[in-house]
Design a protein. Structure first.
Length: 387
């Protein structure tokens, strides 16, 4: 039976139309989906250039200023921000140490080493310690405010082998360790230029430090020794390590300085091994879990200066301060993948010259402290994204 021409044409029409349309479709392919990372919002931050508010003048009209700001912390009870700085680090054109006077009648004098600000950046108080029976460090370093409001301080000069505990008005309460010679990374009584500390469930965890190569734990109420460990949870050694080389296997020991300790909501302890460009993660008992490498090509004084965990209940992110490169990195806590970064080396608002420490408040805002010629604190307000 013959098929009529119109019927055959009807059956062939879709094929003909497809052939005619194919070149046009080839010239306008479907859009390629964006990378998965760009589809996932991450926290974003903007600097508050008006924070803190201008510092006070003395009754004689002399301007107070910061020296190198070596530590910053947030009081978990009220959100106030505390800083410790180095009054002896004022420059010769600001303060004359020979005469113990400001260079001019207006500039300058150092604030007392410990200062408290409110969330709006108003200076609430600043003090030097009072009382006797303690060794104030030669070079101020870390600061931490525990859940009871006690102020913990350390120093990192040679011989600063102690941690101090004060009330918020500067009254001395307790000293762990003492100024003088160190006894090495396996001493149970003496520290080694401790860098920073935290208190968790009645235990004081110390990043120890610029001289020693370990984490050490004390009873926060009595100062009694409890335990210590080195990299990978092993016994620390003070043997000299070769210089960091990103092409070589990772060191089995911490380098100096062991620069930060931070505890997660599920009791995982994050430790900054600064010059090895890594964060190691442990249980609070010292069992090694895993590690993250950060900006692995960094030489000089390392990329992992401090870190805090994001304030959401799941603590999805790690914020890592890199003093050498002038950055804050945003890492995914689950696997350490870098999702973003902000800041750069410089002296303008939002830039960093040796960002040294980080703190985070209950709203997720970040606070930074700068040493070297940075000598300031900054506030970064969290915007949308991420959680």
């Amino acid at each position: 039976m013959k098929t009529s021409f119109p019927a055959a044409l009807t059956r062939l029409l879709p094929v003909i139309l497809a052939a005619l349309l194919l070149p046009a479709c080839a010239q306008n392919p479907p859009p390629v989906p964006p990378p998965v990372s760009s589809l996932t919002p991450i926290p974003d931050f903007r600097v508050d250039p008006a924070w803190p508010q201008p510092l006070a003048e003395t009754k004689e009209g002399v301007q107070m200023i910061f020296g190198q700001v070596a530590g910053i912390a947030v009081d978990p009870r009220n959100g106030h921000i505390w800083a410790v700085h180095r009054p002896a680090s004022l420059l010769p054109d600001e303060f004359d140490p020979k005469t113990n006077k400001p260079v001019t009648h207006r500039c300058c004098t150092a604030m007392p080493p410990v200062a408290e600000f409110d969330a709006q950046g108003r200076l609430l108080r600043a003090w030097s310690p009072t009382g006797t029976g303690f060794d104030w460090p030669k070079v101020e370093h870390g600061i931490y405010i525990d859940g009871d409001g006690f102020v913990w301080l350390a120093g990192n000069s040679v011989g600063d082998n102690q941690i101090l505990k004060f009330t918020q008005d500067g009254k001395f309460l307790m000293q762990i360790g003492r100024a003088g010679p160190t006894q090495g990374s396996n001493s149970t009584t003496q520290l080694g230029q401790p860098a920073n500390m935290i208190v968790s469930k009645g235990e004081l965890f110390v990043a120890d430090g610029y001289g020693n190569k370990r984490v050490i734990v004390f009873d926060a109420a009595t100062g009694a020794y409890k335990r210590h460990w080195g990299a990978y949870g092993g016994r620390p050694s003070d043997d000299k390590l070769p210089a960091y080389d990103p092409a070589q296997p990772l060191a089995r020991q911490f380098s100096n300085p062991v620069h930060c300790v931070r505890m997660s909501n599920e009791d995982l302890l994050y430790v900054c091994d600064r010059q090895n460009n890594r964060i190691q993660v442990f249980t609070r008992a010292g069992e090694f879990k895993h590690e993250f490498r950060v900006e692995v090509q960094t030489l000089a004084n390392g990329s992992v200066w401090d870190m805090v965990l994001s304030h959401d209940p799941a603590q999805k992110y790690l914020y890592v301060a890199d003093g050498a490169n002038g950055r804050i990195y945003i890492l995914r806590r689950a696997d350490g993948v870098q999702l973003g970064q902000f800041g750069r080396t410089g002296r303008m608002a939002g830039e960093f010259k040796w960002i040294h420490n980080l703190a985070i408040d209950g709203e997720g805002n970040l606070y930074t402290a700068e040493v070297g010629f940075g000598r300031r604190v900054q506030k970064f307000v969290r915007g949308g994204g991420g959680f």
